[in-house]
Write a protein that binds this ligand. Structure first.
Ligand SMILES: [Zn+2]
Length: 344
C-alpha cells in the first residue's frame, strides 16, 4: 500500500456521559477483551481515558475497589506496550455520588467548546497531571500529548486549541470529517474539514495552517445506507453493561438527535464497536485510496468505546485486524506516528 499506512486503534475509556454504568462491566471487562484481540494481532491500543471521572471515583470510598482495578488496568496496558491519552467530559468536574449511589454531574458543562479559557486550561491540566502521574509509575518517560473532546464537542475550537497548546499537547484527534451532530447542547460540525489525512490547527479545527497542534482525524467514509441502518439496529452494550445515553437536553433533544442521525445515514466513523468488518475494511480502503498521493506516512485513527463493545464487535475487530495485517498496515500510537511524520 502506498503511502505506508499506520493504524491508530483507539478506545474512549469511560462510563456513560450522565454518570450511569458500572466501570467493571462498561469499562474494565470489555477493554480487557479489546486489549487481548489487539495484542493477538500485534497492534497497540490507545486508551482515551476520561480522567475526570476516574479521579472523581478515587475521591469516593464506595468506589475504591473499582478505582484500584482501573489504575491496575491502565498501568498494565502501558507495560504491555499500549498507550494512554486524554479524553475529557467536563460535566465530571467536582462530581459526587449521592446517597443512592448515583453520580451528580453538571450537565450544563457538557461541551468543552462552550467553557471559558481558564476552565478549559484547568481541566486539561488536571487530566494530564492525573494521567502522567499514573503512567510514570509504570514508564518514567510516559507523556500525555494527545486529546479527544468528550462527545466530539470541541467547537468553537479556538480557546480549546490555545489551552491544548499551553498545556503541551501536540495532537488533537476529535474531528470526524463530514459528520455533524445538530442536537442542542451536544453539537459538532465537521462538514468543512479539509480534504487532508492530517493537518495543523490553531484557531478553527477545520482550517489547516502551517503551525500549531496537529489534527489526526478519526477516519470516516461512506457505506450503503441500508448496511448502516442494519449496523445501528444491531448495536448494543457490552456484556453486563447497563447505562443511558441521556444528554444535557432531555428527551426532545434526544429524539431530534436520533432523527438527525437518520438523515446522515451512510456517512460513518471507522467505529469498530458498531460496524461489521466489511464496512470497517471499506472505509479504510476509501481513505487509503483518497490519500494515496500523500508523501508522508498515513495515520489511520479508528475509534471504539468500551461500553458498547459487544460479542459482535469482538468478531468485527478480529476480522478487521486480520485484514489490516494482511495489507501490511502497521499498528502504532500517536507519539510514534507523530515522530514518523516529523522525521519524514
Ligand atoms: Zn467520551
Amino acid at each position: 500500500m502506498n503511502p505506508p499506512a499506520q493504524l491508530i486503534l483507539t478506545v474512549d475509556y469511560e462510563v456513560f456521559g450522565d454518570g450511569s454504568g458500572q466501570p467493571r462491566s462498561c469499562v474494565l471487562e470489555s477493554t480487557e477483551r479489546i486489549l487481548a484481540i489487539a495484542e493477538s494481532r500485534g497492534v497497540p491500543l490507545t486508551l482515551f481515558v476520561e480522567a475526570l471521572e476516574f479521579a472523581a471515583m478515587e475521591r469516593e470510598p464506595a468506589c475504591q475497589t473499582q478505582s484500584d482495578a482501573v489504575r491496575l488496568q491502565l498501568t498494565e496496558a502501558l507495560a504491555r506496550g499500549h498507550d494512554l491519552q486524554l479524553h475529557l467530559h467536563p460535566q465530571w468536574r467536582g462530581a459526587k455520588l449521592d446517597p443512592a449511589g448515583n453520580w451528580q454531574l453538571d450537565l450544563s458543562r457538557w461541551r468543552i467548546g462552550d467553557l471559558p479559557f481558564h476552565e478549559v486550561a484547568g481541566l486539561l491540566e488536571q487530566g494530564k497531571v492525573w494521567l502522567e502521574e499514573l503512567g510514570r509509575q509504570q514508564r518514567p518517560d510516559y507523556r500525555c500529548i494527545a486529546f479527544r473532546a468528550g462527545g466530539w464537542c470541541i467547537q468553537p475550537s479556538a480557546l480549546v486549541l490555545a489551552a491544548l497548546s499551553d498545556q503541551g499537547f501536540l495532537i488533537d484527534s476529535t474531528v470526524a470529517p463530514g459528520l455533524r451532530n445538530a442536537t442542542v447542547g451536544e453539537w459538532s460540525d465537521f462538514r468543512d474539514a479539509p480534504d487532508l489525512p492530517f493537518w495543523n490547527v490553531d484557531q478553527d479545527l477545520t482550517v489547516p495552517v502551517s503551525h500549531g497542534v496537529w489534527e489526526f482525524p478519526i477516519l470516516t467514509g461512506r457505506v450503503a445506507r441500508l448496511d448502516h441502518l442494519k449496523a445501528l439496529r444491531k448495536a448494543g452494550l457490552a456484556k453486563g453493561c447497563q447505562g443511558s445515553y441521556r444528554g444535557p437536553g432531555g428527551a426532545a433533544a434526544r429524539l431530534f438527535g436520533r432523527l438527525n442521525r437518520l438523515r446522515q445515514l451512510g456517512t460513518v466513523m471507522l467505529d469498530f464497536s458498531t460496524l461489521p468488518a466489511p464496512q470497517l475494511i471499506e472505509i479504510t480502503r476509501q481513505w487509503c485510496e483518497r490519500f494515496a498521493g500523500e508523501p508522508a506516512s498515513l495515520p489511520l485513527a479508528a475509534i471504539g468505546h468500551s461500553k458498547n463493545f459487544t460479542a459482535t464487535s469482538e468478531r468485527a475487530l478480529s476480522e478487521y485486524l486480520d485484514w489490516v495485517n494482511g495489507q501490511g498496515i502497521v499498528g502504532t500510537t500517536y507519539p510514534d506516528a507523530l515522530d514518523l511524520i516529523s522525521s519524514g
